[in-house]
Design a protein. Structure first.
Length: 429
C-alpha cells in the first residue's frame, strides 16, 4: 500500500516520541511504500542513518513553518502552538501529495496527545491515530505533596484536558478517525467520549531486537550493596520525591543500600534538599543527564528499577529494566501499570502519598530479602519484553491491522482483529 505517515517527532537512536516516530516508520516500511512528513530539523540525523542503512521505499518530506515562527518552539516555549500550526501546514502539503500519489491510508504517529487535533484525518482515506496518550493526571490525593510548580502544572493540565471536549476541530478529527490506538485506559475512554468509534488499547513504547539481545546479556548482580535506580526528567510527575521517601524507610532495614537518580529537570534542587532532610546524602547519588548507553550501563550495576511515576503513557526505562532482567517497583497508574505485571515487578496502589511510600518501601524490602524472587521477576520481564514490546512484533501487528482496515469490512474487520491471537498485547498489556 501507499501509506502517508505524519511524524512531527522522528529521529533515529532516540527514545521517547522521536524514537516512536522513527521506529514506526521503519516497521511500516517493511511492508509498504511510505511517505513521511516530518520537521526539517530532523534532516541531518535521518540522512546520516539512511547513509548507513538505506530505506529505498521511504520518501521523506521535510517541512517546517517559516523562520519567523520557529522561535515559538525554542526551549519549548510555545511548542504546542507551533505544533498546532505545523499540523495545518503539513495537511496542505499532504493534500497536494495525495492528489498526485493517491494514498491508501494515513497514519499519524507523533505527537500523540489526544487533545491536539491531527488535520491528516481530513484526507479522504482511512486514518489511524496513535498510539495516543495524554488523558492521565496525578491523582488528586497526591496534589498537596507537589511543589508549587507541580500544582500549577496539574491544574493547567486538568483544565486543558477537560476543555478539550469543547474543541470542534478536535471533535471533527476524532469523528473522522477510522481507528485510534490508545496507550492507557483513561485515554481510551476520553477518545470514545470525543466521538471515535473504534479504539484499541495498545502500548506506545518498544525496543529493537538488537537492544533486547544486548540487554539480555546483562547478568544478575551478586554484590553486597543493594542498589536502586530511577531515571527520567526530574519533574514532579515522575514522583521521585516519593521514591526518596520510600528509600529512606527501606534503608532502616538495609542501611548499606544505595539509590541512584539519573536525569535533570526543574525539581532537582527540591529533590536534593529532600535527600538532605531525610539524611540520605551519602546514600543517594544524583548522576545528572547521561547518554542512553551510559544509562544502560548504570542499569546493569543496579538490582531494582524504582519508577514511581504519577502519570505517563509508558516508561521506556521500565522496558529497558525488564529486558535487562531487573524487577520494577512502580505505582499502579497509567501506562506504566500496563507495562509491568505481577510476574515482572511489584505494582503499588496509589491511594495517598503516605500509603504509596510505605508500600513501595515494603516492596523493596521484599526484593532485597529474596534474591530468588528478584531473579524470577527479572526472567519474566525479559520474556515479556521480547513477546510484547519488540518493535518487530509491533510491525507485524500494524501490517495485519492495515490489511483489515482497508479490506472494506469496516467494524467487522476490527472486531475480528480484536479477537485475533496476534493482538493479545492490546488486551493483556
Amino acid at each position: 500500500m501507499r501509506v502517508l505517515v505524519s511524524a512531527y517527532a522522528c529521529e533515529p537512536g532516540k527514545g521517547s516520541e522521536p524514537g516512536v516516530g522513527w521506529n514506526w516508520v521503519c516497521q511500516i516500511a517493511k511492508f509498504h511504500d511510505v511517505w513521511v512528513i516530518t520537521r526539517a530539523n530532523n534532516i541531518q540525523p535521518i540522512k546520516a542513518e539512511l547513509a548507513r542503512k538505506p530505506m529505498p521505499n521511504v520518501r521523506w518530506i521535510f517541512f517546517d513553518l517559516p523562520p519567523w515562527a520557529r522561535f515559538w518552539k525554542n526551549k519549548r516555549r510555545g511548542i504546542h502552538l507551533y505544533y498546532y500550526l505545523w499540523q495545518i501546514g503539513a495537511y496542505w502539503r499532504a493534500r497536494r501529495l495525495h492528489r498526485n500519489i493517491g494514498f491508501d491510508l494515513v497514519h499519524h504517529v507523533t505527537f500523540v496527545k489526544f487533545c491536539t487535533p491531527s488535520f491528516m484525518a481530513l484526507l479522504p482515506v482511512p486514518f489511524i491515530w496513535g498510539p495516543v496518550g495524554g488523558a492521565d493526571s496525578t491523582p488528586r490525593r497526591f496534589w498537596f505533596s507537589l511543589s508549587p510548580r507541580g500544582k500549577l502544572y496539574e491544574l493547567a493540565r486538568y483544565v486543558a484536558v477537560n476543555l478539550a471536549r469543547f474543541d470542534p476541530v478536535l471533535r471533527l478529527t476524532w469523528w473522522r478517525t477510522t481507528l485510534a490506538l490508545a496507550t492507557t485506559n483513561a485515554t481510551r475512554q476520553r477518545i470514545r467520549n470525543l466521538g471515535c468509534g473504534q479504539v484499541l488499547l495498545y502500548p506506545e513504547a518498544g525496543l529493537r531486537q538488537v537492544e533486547i539481545e544486548s540487554l539480555g546479556r546483562i547478568s544478575s548482580r551478586s554484590a553486597d550493596t543493594f542498589r536502586l535506580l530511577s531515571a527520567g526528567t526530574l519533574l514532579h510527575l515522575k514522583g521521585f520525591d516519593l521514591g526518596l521517601r520510600a528509600f529512606a524507610v527501606f534503608r532502616e532495614q538495609f542501611p548499606g543500600s544505595e539509590y541512584w537518580l539519573i536525569g535533570e529537570g526543574a525539581e532537582r534542587g527540591r529533590l536534593e534538599q529532600l535527600a538532605q532532610e531525610l539524611g540520605l546524602t551519602g546514600q543517594v547519588s544524583f548522576l545528572g543527564a547521561l547518554p542512553r548507553f551510559q544509562v544502560l550501563e548504570r542499569l546493569a550495576e543496579c538490582d531494582v528499577l524504582l519508577h514511581p511515576a504519577l502519570h505517563e503513557s509508558g516508561g521506556w526505562v521500565c522496558l529497558e529494566a525488564m529486558a535487562a532482567g531487573r524487577p520494577v517497583v512502580c505505582l499502579d497508574l497509567a501506562g506504566t501499570a500496563l507495562q509491568v505485571t505481577e510476574s515482572t515487578g511489584i505494582k503499588v496502589a496509589a491511594l495517598s502519598p503516605a500509603q504509596a511510600v510505605r508500600d513501595m518501601a515494603s516492596a523493596l524490602v521484599q526484593l532485597a530479602s529474596d534474591p530468588v524472587l528478584c531473579a524470577r521477576l527479572g526472567q519474566e520481564g525479559r520474556r515479556r519484553v521480547a513477546e510484547q514490546f519488540n518493535w518487530n512484533r509491533k510491525g507485524d501487528f500494524l501490517a495485519e491491522l492495515y490489511t483489515k482496515l482497508t479490506d472494506g469490512r469496516g467494524d467487522v474487520a476490527i472486531e475480528s482483529f480484536r479477537r485475533h491471537p496476534s493482538s493479545r498485547s492490546t488486551q493483556a498489556s
